[in-house]
Ligand binder design. Structure first.
Ligand code: U2F
Length: 458
């Protein structure tokens, strides 16, 4: 079928590490489906593009007609071979990235033959705001974590001033001066907001700090979330930015099916387990838990008798997982579907934002083991604000894990968590309703239409 003639060109700048580029691509595909006359030039590293564009479930014909076109840009290493992200590979990428993106935009304009009219980027890329400013086109940054961590980054300067005051520091470690944060403490803040005494800001910290200062200039700050998940925080952010648009959960708005790639037959295995009897374990795409932590969790699982499905990244230490354990160890699981499966009763997670949303959509309470970044704050939100999980922090013992497993899967507490997460699940589904009788559908649909106005104006 002939495709619509291209009259608009949107450039998209992805952060190629962790689960950042995938939700950005989901958003861009949804935008593309709604704007058939636009071409979206999608910039990421070749490693990131390869995994994103090959794992898509589209047919080759669809791919051919697709108006989302990947462009590879250098990752800051000489041969483009940066492996697993470390502080060094991320810094090398950041050092090279602005020049690489600039050259990429010029190339894409030549290829498409239409000037870029809008810049969509990962929110980390504050400099995309400047690039858009120079071109006098709209800038739309996507924040890939939750609204609370965004709000705390936004107040970086304010928070630093507070905690630099030695009196305040001594007596009061709470964040009660931020709206909706009275039960949060300074130790819950995402990394990079407070710089420990004697240390200086890393390139990553500087990027986050500049992001906080630049986001108010964006035409709209968008997020993979829904307003009702934390309406007080969302409402406050709406007063700070030109527009703050909740567009998710993306696993529900997605115009393409979610990744159901299941090479290890996890879903079939789950279908042979009892309802709500399985513990699903995953620490996301970056975290490799220390072998001691793995051993402790294995011990707790053994003693508890619960069966488990573990998407395992780490040393190949299968001797830990003896045959006596009723569990399945895989290198990849179709997580979105796993969390919707009735056999799954608890999710042991590092508290990455995508995992949290997927757990809410599945209605599965969480056992939280945060490692870095926004994960401490996400854990505190799950435990204290939403009451849909329990935290197992720091140097956890077998006893701590056992207690957490029992509280979610056996005790009365778990029942309350399931009820509360059930309410959130319902709100998530309501946010994405498309109802022909209701003019704009649910809140995330309305916000999406708002975003379309910005994209198609450019
Ligand atoms: C960084 O998070 P991660 O990439 O480590 O973790 P998540 O945000 O939880 O995303 C993991 C995604 O990978 C999918 C899973 C999630 O969508 O469904 N997945 C899967 O499908 N199968 C598997 O076997 C394992 C994973 C960062 F570390 C966090 O702190 C941030 O919150 C996050 C978002 O900015 O990015």
């Amino acid at each position: 079928a002939p495709t619509d003639p291209t009259t608009r060109h949107v450039a998209v700048l992805a952060f190629p590490f962790g689960t950042h580029a995938a939700p950005l691509l989901t958003l861009v595909r949804d935008l593309s489906a709604a704007a058939p006359d636009a071409v979206f030039s999608f910039f990421s590293t070749s490693r990131s593009n390869k995994s994103l564009f090959s794992s898509s479930s589209s047919s080759s014909e669809e791919e051919e007609n697709s108006k989302v076109v990947p462009y590879d840009i250098g990752d800051g290493t000489r041969d483009g071979s940066a492996a697993a992200p470390t502080i060094e590979t991320v810094d090398a990428f950041l050092n090279a990235v602005t020049g690489n993106f600039e050259r990429g935009l010029v190339e894409a304009e030549k290829v498409v033959g239409v000037k870029i009219g809008c810049l969509v980027s990962d929110a980390f890329f504050w400099f995309a705001g400047e690039m858009a400013g120079e071109r006098r086109i709209p800038w739309v940054p996507l924040w890939t974590s939750g609204p609370r961590s965004l709000l705390s980054h936004f107040y970086t300067d304010h928070i630093r001033r507070r905690f630099e005051d030695p009196e305040h520091n001594k007596e009061d470690q709470t964040l009660n001066f931020l709206p909706g944060f009275s039960s949060f403490r300074v130790t819950d803040l995402p990394l990079g907001i407070i710089i420990p005494p004697g240390k200086s800001e890393s390139p990553f910290d500087i990027m986050l700090h500049k992001m906080a200062q630049t986001l108010p200039k964006a035409n709209a700050v968008v997020i993979n979330s829904f307003h009702q998940i934390d309406s007080q925080i969302s409402t406050h952010l709406k007063t700070q930015f030109h527009k703050f648009l909740n567009l998710g959960p993306f696993t529900l708005t997605n115009t393409k099916p979610n990744n159901e790639y299941d090479p290890n037959n996890c879903l079939e295995w789950l279908s042979r387990q009892n309802p709500r009897s399985v513990v699903y374990i995953s620490f996301g795409s970056l975290v490799v838990p220390h072998a001691d932590k793995v051993a402790i969790l294995v011990e707790a699982l053994k003693e508890s008798g619960f069966s488990f499905l573990w998407s395992y990244r780490g040393e190949n230490n299968t001797t830990l997982f003896e045959e006596t354990l009723n569990g399945k160890l895989v290198s990849w699981a179709p997580q979105v579907e796993v969390l919707k499966h009735p056999s799954v009763g608890a999710f042991v997670t590092h508290c990455g934002w995508n995992s949290i949303l997927e757990s809410i959509v599945g209605g599965v309470p969480m056992i939280c083991c945060p490692f870095f970044g926004d994960q401490m704050m996400n854990m505190r939100t799950i435990e204290d604000v939403w009451g849909i999980g329990v935290g197992v922090e720091g140097v956890a013992s077998k006893h701590d894990f056992l207690k957490a497993l029992r509280s979610v899967l056996v005790e009365e507490e778990g029942k309350g968590m399931r009820e509360r997460i059930g309410v959130m699940k319902k709100l998530a589904y309501e946010a994405v309703i498309v109802d022909d009788n209701v003019v704009d559908g649910g809140s995330s649909r309305r916000d999406f239409n708002d975003l379309m106005e910005i994209i198609t104006k450019g």
